[in-house]
Structures are given as C-alpha cells and as structure tokens.
Design a protein around this ligand. Structure first.
Ligand code: GLY
Length: 353
C-alpha cells in the first residue's frame, strides 16, 4: 500500500480492503452514501462492499456517461440524499470514473453547504487525473464542466484492481494522461515510458504512482489554476476541440485518444513556437502514432476546431491559450498561436500516417 500525502488529504494506492476500512473506522459520520452508475454498480460495487464489511450504506445509482453529467442527474443525487434525510454529518463515496467523481463531488460539496466526500476512481483516466486536484463540476448548455468549484475530497482511494474489468481502449485512453505528465514534468519518466513494450503489461500501479506525484506537485503549487497548473492542459486545447467534433459523429473518440492527437499537434507547435528540437518532435509524434494509430482529421472540420478552441474557458481575451513544452519534461503556459499556425499543426498531424 502506497500513500501519497497532499496538504489536505491522502491518496491511498493499493487494494481498497487494506486502506478503506481503517480510514472509515477513525471517522464519525451520520450516514454513508455510495454514488455509483449502472456500470460501477455491477463491476466495482462488490469490491467496495467487501471493504465496507458490515457498514450500512445507501446506494444512489445514476445513469452512466458524460451525457448525464448535468443538473437533472444532480437533482437525482440531491433527492437521494434528501430522501434519507442526510445531514451535514453524512459522507459520500464516489465510485466511478471522472463523471461520477466530478458530479458526485459537486453534489456533495453543495448539499447543505457541503458534506464530506471520498473519491474512489475506477478508470485509469480518473485515477491519474480527475480524482486529484479538487476540480468538481457538471456540464451546462453543452459547455463542459461549466458549473463547478474547487473543493478537495477527504481522501482518494486508488485500487488498480478496478482496472481489470476495463477494455484495452479505455486503458489506453487513460494512459495518454500518464504520457502527458511525463512530457510536461519528468523527462526521465518519458524515457522509461518510451522503452515499455506494452504499457501496463507489468501492472498499472508502477505507472500510476509517478503520475500522481507529478500531478500532486503541480496542483499544490497552483491549486486554482492561475499559472503552473495550466501545464496540465498540454494536448488539451486541440484535444478538446477534436473530441468535441468527434462526439457529434458516429465514431466518437475517447478523451485520451483525442488528447493523444492534441499532443501530437501541440508538440509540433512546441517546435515552432518554443524551438523544441526536431528530433524530439519526431520521437514524440512517432510514439503517439505507434500507440494510438492515426485518425485523419477532415480539413472540412478545421473551422469548427478553431471555433471550439476559441470558446475554451481557459482563454483570456481573444487569443487561444496553449501549454507547450521545451525541453521535454518542462512546460510553458499561456502561449498563443495564430489560427494559421494551428491549422499547420493539424495538417502536420494529417501528414504523419
Ligand atoms: N485535469 C487538469 C487539471 O486537473 O487541472
């Protein structure tokens, strides 16, 4: 069992059974609630129940997926808490991926001005990214994570055993954030990742821990994303736009797949804007194509990409905000690129096949 101590809370990495029972024992709470969706109820709740032993809890079950990360589902969660007369002393356990963590946390942090909550992320993406750093929220009027707040959980429990039920495509999506962490903050880790034959082959735990250490350092230095935390957006300016357009098609991309495309484009931009050496641009983009394949971008969508990038909530003023890298392992935030250069980066990606 590995424990990573942040200023306000601890991340426990290892079997739930070894850490959660002791943690709950030293807490007093008036009611225990588990927020899960149809998938995590089936695949993950049994493991949580083993760890909870005889503790009574109320299950609040919500429909799965980003399409339900909205006010209607919040109403369902808040009603579940009201039905059981949850008071300020209640505790919520959010069992699921990023949607459950963000939305369950949001509902807990706002219910009766805030009840305590614990994150139990069950996807690789949420284990290395969403569950730490205190970002909570829901989508509103098609704007992703538009309503929300920063609020830390009481603790995070990361049990790699939950990953065993996930398809490879889902794991590979989460792995994109692990790659990103190395490129923005740890060149030695990037060298190690490059040498892996198949990521996760020897267990995910050894890859999750270094990523958590990187994210911990960044979010503690800049919890409210005023500066350095924006480094975590590397690959996401283009990536979110590509994800948004693909969502409207019958071949949507997973978040990490879109971020992989975004990282390839933004590596090119790092070469042009910051002078990232050509050999690094070549090496990183080749790695991305080897692991994520090549998904040609339709030039007919380029305007839509630019529009979406222009609407990103991370922009200030009219300019599109990027976090780029140079050298590998170091990020530069608040960089701006012209629409012409952004389009060049999309064409560069298309030329990689
Ligand atoms: N997912 C990026 C962040 O937590 O800031």
């Amino acid at each position: 069992m590995d424990a990573i101590q942040l200023k306000d809370y601890t991340i426990y990495l290892g079997p739930l059974q070894e850490s959660l029972p002791g943690f709950l024992k030293q807490l007093s709470y008036s009611g225990l609630f588990v927020i899960a969706d149809d998938n995590t109820q089936e695949h993950c709740l049994p493991r949580l129940e083993d760890a909870l032993g005889h503790s009574n809890f109320t299950l609040i079950r919500i429909p799965p997926g980003e399409a339900h990360k909205n006010l209607d589902t919040c109403r369902q969660i808040w009603s579940g808490l009201m039905d059981r007369r949850a008071g300020r002393g209640a505790l919520a356990l959010n069992l699921g991926g990023g949607v459950i963590g963000d939305m369950g946390g949001f509902c807990a942090a706002t219910f009766k001005r805030g009840i305590r909550f614990v994150q139990i992320p069950t996807t690789l993406l949420s284990q290395v990214d969403a569950s730490i750093g205190g970002k909570l929220g829901i989508d509103f009027l098609q704007a992703k994570n538009c309503i929300g707040l920063f609020q830390n959980p009481l603790a995070v429990f990361i049990d790699p055993a939950f990953l065993e039920t996930l398809p490879w495509r889902e794991l590979r999506s989460g792995y994109a954030e692990i790659v990103k962490h190395s490129l923005i903050a740890d060149a030695a880790q990037w060298e190690r990742l490059r040498k892996l034959r198949r990521p996760g082959e020897e267990g995910w735990e050894a890859l999750i821990a270094p990523s958590l250490h990187i994210k911990k350092q960044i979010v503690e230095a800049d919890p409210f994303e005023k500066g350095q935390r924006k480094a975590l957006n590397f690959g996401h300016t283009v990536g979110h736009a590509v994800e948004g357009v693909a969502l409207e098609t019958d071949a949507p991309l997973l978040h990490g797949e879109a971020v992989a495309i975004g990282m390839a484009c933004e590596t090119f931009l790092s070469g042009r804007e910051l002078g990232l050496p050509e050999k690094d641009v070549e090496q990183i983009t080749r790695y991305i194509i080897e692991h994520y394949g090549h998904h040609p971008l339709d030039p007919g969508d380029f305007d839509a990409y630019l529009r979406l990038m222009g609407n990103d909530k991370k922009n200030e003023g009219q300019q599109i905000n990027f976090s780029l890298i140079n050298p590998v392992g170091q990020a530069a935030v608040n960089r701006h690129c012209t629409p012409e250069l952004i389009i060049e980066s999309l064409e560069f990606y298309n030329s990689l096949s």
